[in-house]
Design a protein around this ligand. Structure first.
Ligand SMILES: [Zn+2]
Length: 279
């Protein structure tokens, strides 16, 4: 798109070709005909502008095709130089138009000042955007740290199988993930709860949560794992995870669900809530 518009930029040479004007002398220096390379690189005022901006290196080439010259400049420069150069092209052209159509002459020093000032304004805007973005990311981080993971377990002593039930909630209490994991060859009820606690930590790591509170109703596990921030809650406040574990044990299946709980767990939870409105 830019390439096309660049080829059609109405320099005097281009509009002379279309027979719009009879002569194409550069309105600034009047030494040669005005084509793109002359306006943006070879005219003496333009050369001075690039030097004032510490971009004199853009002149160090014999490339005569304007589009190739631009590519050459973009490949050499840094990101900051690229911005400055683009503002340079734009203001060199608009000052050339003012001279041609309004007879207003601006010297190279003033054109450079205009370019620097636009560039600083853009930088200021970019800084503001960056600060806003950093603030937004910080808020997201804060929200992530207010995630809670609840765990509970169900045990079938006759088959030595157990299940871990897990629920991850966001700061508003909405269920982000519900999960069940089936364990076999489970020796004791302590191992059952320990499996569930471990699964809660693993799930937190898997979801990339840096800090969170993990709630379970097994005091034994919580007391033995003091290095991790486990919090004790009464069984009555851990009903959902208990149902997940119990239902999974009945079905003998593990699952992982994002943004909610299974229909079966939901029905069971509602049934228990009707019997015990305190949960
Ligand atoms: Zn000139």
């Amino acid at each position: 798109m830019w390439k096309i518009s660049w080829n059609y930029i109405p320099t005097l040479v281009n509009i002379k070709l279309k027979r719009v004007v009879a002569e194409a002398w550069c309105p600034r220096c009047r030494l040669t005909e005005e084509d793109s390379i002359h306006v943006f690189r070879q005219c003496s005022t333009t050369e001075e502008v690039w030097k004032h901006l510490c971009l004199a290196w853009v002149l160090n080439t014999n490339i005569q095709n304007a589009w190739e010259w631009l590519n050459w400049v973009f490949n050499q420069g840094t990101n900051e130089q690229y911005h400055l150069f683009c503002f340079g092209l734009w203001l060199i052209w608009s000052n050339r138009n003012q001279l041609l159509y309004e007879n207003k002459m601006t010297n190279s020093r003033d054109i450079s000042r205009q370019i620097t000032s636009y560039n600083l304004e853009l930088q200021g805007l970019e800084d503001k955007l960056r600060i806003c973005e950093e603030g937004r990311l910080h808020n997201q981080d804060e929200q992530r740290t207010r995630v809670t993971i609840h765990f509970d377990a169900a045990f079938d002593q006759s088959s030595f199988r157990s299940t871990s039930g897990l629920v991850v909630r966001d700061m508003r209490g909405e269920v982000l993930v519900s999960k069940s994991v089936l364990h076999s060859n489970v020796a004791s009820s302590f191992t059952v709860e320990a499996h569930a606690g471990l699964q809660a930590v693993r799930l937190g790591i898997f979801l990339g949560i840096n800090t969170c509170e993990i709630f379970g109703d097994s005091k034994t596990v919580i007391k033995k794992c003091q290095k991790i921030d486990f919090c004790f809650i009464p069984k009555t406040e851990n009903t959902l995870t208990h149902i997940i574990a119990r239902e999974a044990l009945k079905e003998g299946a593990s699952y992982y669900l994002e943004n909610g709980i299974s229909e079966k767990v939901c029905h069971e939870f509602e049934r228990i809530r009707q019997m015990r409105p305190d949960i």
